[in-house]
Write a protein that binds this ligand. Structure first.
Ligand code: ZN
Length: 121
């Protein structure tokens, strides 16, 4: 359940930004999560709703976009998305280049999670 610590960090960032902008209320939060983080958007929303109770972010709407992973192959220079195989559970699968099968790759997207913007009032 790494959702809880990540959700906590996201809400801290949201509340911090809201305070700096003298917000009375956080209306909406736009979040991007990489597919490789294996975070579950529904579970995240549920945690957000729980931990924002009593804060200015209580009742905010969450727009969560899941970002497909992109890789850069060191061998054949393939640059693009990878296919998704199985559901991720407790460990990350080996990621290979879909073109040549190389595992020496750089992950250029899909591994992070960030707050894109927030709507306040
Ligand atoms: Zn390759």
């Amino acid at each position: 359940m790494h959702e809880i610590s990540i959700a906590g960090a996201i809400i801290d960032a949201v509340l911090d930004a809201a305070r700096k902008n003298e917000a009375k209320k956080v209306e909406e939060v736009f979040i991007e999560i990489g597919e490789l983080t294996a975070l579950n958007p529904e579970q995240l929303k549920f945690i957000f709703e729980t931990i924002t109770a009593g804060t200015i972010a209580e009742g905010a709407r969450y727009n969560i976009e899941v970002i497909k992973p992109l890789i850069n192959c060191k061998k054949c220079e393939y640059n693009g998305p990878i296919e998704f195989f199985e559901k991720l559970h407790f460990f990350l699968p080996v990621i290979k280049c879909p073109k040549c099968g190389e595992t020496e790759i750089d992950i250029i997207a899909g591994r992070d999670c960030c707050v894109k913007k927030i709507k306040i009032s």
